[in-house]
Ligand binder design. Sequence first.
Ligand SMILES: Cc1cc2nc3c(=O)[nH]c(=O)nc-3n(C[C@H](O)[C@H](O)[C@H](O)COP(=O)(O)O)c2cc1C
Length: 267
Amino acid sequence: MNLPDHPANPVLAIIHSMHSTHGNFSDRPLLPDDLEAILAASIRAPNAGNAQNYAIIVSQDPALMKEVCGFQAPVMLVYCVDTQRNKDLATHLGLAYGTDSAWTLVTGVTDVALAAQNAVIAARGLGIDWLISNGVQRGEVRRFWRLLNLPPVNCFPVLAVFLGYANAIQEHRKGRLANDAVIHRGRYQHRDTAACERILAETDAEGFGASVFADWRAKGHAHYLEAFFKGPGGRAANMYGNLAPALRESGIDIRACEVAVLNQSEL
Ligand SMILES: Cc1cc2nc3c(=O)[nH]c(=O)nc-3n(C[C@H](O)[C@H](O)[C@H](O)COP(=O)(O)O)c2cc1C
């Protein structure tokens, strides 16, 4: 059984109509009111402890966009985890705002993701195309601090959202695994051979995956996922080697959290 795809409900209809625009935006600008509406929707997202430990950098500078991610669009929003604002405010009050690296990383990234997703849903509702990119986690990551004028510690970029109007009809939106592949009803369902085969059948279906591997059959692969794991899926991890050192430089060191917990339990 597939989940409903084209519901009559207008919010669900927007969600199900969504797809990424992979970099090919036209020069048509966003109306300033539309951009403000998207930003207002973005910050309406729920956030842990009502602390809003994030910053959104709004850029309309094509040169900066190109340097940041290689993409260009009328608008780029860079979503950063940012505890520096609350630390500044605490200092201003003669107080301290204590943060833990693991919490800042996990909860901060969660807040950012929710805010970014609200932005793209709002954009779609206004007929604006979008791309979410994690390009700010790749390559020489520390350069983003200079490019975006980020505080040296307590702030790090997580996602860039590009907004504009696609200059070409986009490929068919990609399929999504559902049911027992990602939706575990009741408790986690561990996969047996039959479950793996069911998932392979879903991912082999026409139009499921990214167009870059559309010719996986012609290339002699038995399955779409075989092409994925041997290709981009296997290489992906190599692109993020500078992320952990950059996070450590920005004050995020999860190993330090483990030491802190040990020390506490020794008391
Ligand atoms: C965290 C995240 C990072 C992504 N980074 C990129 C990216 O750097 N470049 C790109 O073209 N698409 C990127 N995407 C878009 C995905 O490739 C896309 O969402 C996925 O293939 C499904 O396609 P659809 O959104 O059109 O349904 C990213 C999506 C997410 C959620």
